[in-house]
Design a binder for this molecule. Structure first.
Ligand code: FAD
Length: 409
């Protein structure tokens, strides 16, 4: 029998959508080309507000039990070595679901979400590659997929959800993918042999690069380096060499990496950012990275994936119950996305602009040193629980010492 909803991609966005729609009584089929647990290039940081959604999905306790590391904040090291110890605010008008973020390997997080989906009436099909869409007029009515033996088959459904990450086949088949002018590349490696994190991630800003250290397990750190794509092109096929040489060039990071030993393989991805237009077809929606990606500096990809699943579940529920999955019936989802993410995207764009410029990045760090309340509010915005508009409060521009977070050199 055809499911009500077929979801392409069983990453966080796809599994979360499957869980929320199955809980509402819809029949759901979830397809992924990979077998889980599968690797995924990522900084593996989950903002404090993401915990609320993980709890709602019924996996937060399992994520904690699997060894997720609590992070009370982020240490940012500016180009001149100025250190900002940003902490998530625990007082004031906005409270996070929890007072800390989480660092957790994607193999663990994604497998737990998929397990939760599997415990509900969701048909999970791994190692199934979606190869195209079934389109009738202005309506998407299903998909074509291939099993591991290369046999092709079709699945029809009332609603098709593209949760198939970057370069989404669903977005591509509908002609919705657009390049982005921000052209950066990420190189990510798990490493051991580093200590002294005190429950914080670390970001080293050294334009045009930045690097992030995220302690994902007691002796395991996720080390990510982001560089302009054009700087890496000449090193095609020699990325290990490029990675290590480039790390040495980051003046304040290089001594921090003494004693580091690589664990597993280096993963490389670029360009990172791309845009996706809203679908004009009926019967289709996009969630998570399939709906567009900017840059991992502010670490909201997972929160956005989970939150967009929540928003879609609300709209899809109403549309499916009302018997209408027209583009108009699904439009409230896109409006809700804009309301939820547009302001943070603007903050992210400004931060990207700042961290790409040495003098501006240093100057900004000096301003934040003198205004701890502003730094605390920025942490809350990055943690997805303080509305970005709060950064414009005039009181924040005064110097004060009332907020968590300290700084020095
Ligand atoms: C370098 C880097 C660092 C990052 N760091 C962070 C961070 O620290 N914190 C954070 O919150 N976010 C981070 N992100 C972003 C985050 O990884 C993504 O936002 C998140 O994975 C999106 O989840 P998703 O479910 O939309 O997509 P994915 O996790 O990519 O899942 C998509 C799934 O679709 C499947 N699929 C794809 N094509 C097909 C097909 N044709 N048929 C069937 N299945 C298919 C794939 O196998 C995959 O399992 C980072 C991203 C990068 C690149």
């Amino acid at each position: 029998m055809n499911p009500d909803v077929v979801i392409v991609g069983a990453g966080p966005a796809g599994s979360a959508t499957a869980i929320l729609l199955a809980e509402r009584g819809f029949t759901v089929m979830l397809l992924d080309k990979a077998a889980f647990p599968r690797p995924k290039i990522c900084g593996e940081y989950l903002s404090p507000e993401a915990s609320r959604i993980l709890d709602r999905l019924g996996v937060l306790k399992d994520v904690d039990a699997a060894g997720a590391q609590p992070l009370s904040g982020i240490r940012i090291i500016a180009p001149d070595g100025t250190r900002l110890d940003g902490a998530y605010p625990t007082a004031g008008p906005w409270r996070a679901y929890r007072d800390h973020a989480l660092a957790v390997p994607r193999e663990i997080l994604d497998a737990l979400l998929l397990e939760r989906a599997r415990s509900l009436p969701v048909t999970v099909a791994e190692r199934q590659r979606v190869t195209g869409l079934l389109v009738e007029g202005d309506r998407v009515v299903g998909l074509r997929a291939e099993d591991p033996e290369g046999r092709s088959y079709e699945v029809r459904s009332r609603l098709l959800v593209g949760a198939d990450g970057r370069g989404s086949i669903v977005a591509r088949a509908l002609g919705l993918l657009r390049p982005h002018r921000l052209r950066r590349m990420a190189l990510v490696q798990h490493v051991g042999g580093l200590a002294g994190f005190d429950g914080r991630g670390e970001i080293y800003v050294d334009p045009p690069d930045y690097a992030i250290l995220n302690p994902v397990a007691p002796d395991r750190v996720n080390l990510g380096l982001v560089v302009p794509l054009r700087h890496a092109v000449a090193f095609r096929g020699r990325m290990e060499m490029f990675f290590h040489a480039r790390l040495k060039q980051l003046r304040h990071l290089s001594p921090r990496l003494e004693g580091m030993r690589p664990v597993g393989r280096l993963r490389v991805l670029g360009p990172l950012a791309y845009r996706v237009d809203e679908p004009r077809h009926a019967g289709v929606a996009l969630v998570g990275d399939a709906a567009g990606v900017f840059d991992p500096f502010t670490g909201e990809g997972l929160y956005t994936a989970l939150r967009s699943a929540e928003l879609l579940a609300e709209t899809a529920h109403a549309a499916l119950r009302g018997g209408q999955v027209s583009a108009e019936a699904l439009a409230p989802y896109w409006r809700a996305r804009r309301r939820a993410f547009a302001a943070k995207e603007r903050v992210t764009r400004v931060l990207q602009w700042v961290i790409a410029r040495r003098r501006l990045a240093t100057l900004t760090a000096h301003v934040l040193v003198r205004r701890p309340a502003l730094l605390g509010t920025l942490m809350g915005v990055l943690g997805d629980f303080v509305p970005p508009g709060a950064l414009l409060r005039p009181s924040l521009l005064r110097r004060n010492r009332s907020c968590p977070g300290s700084a020095g050199r």
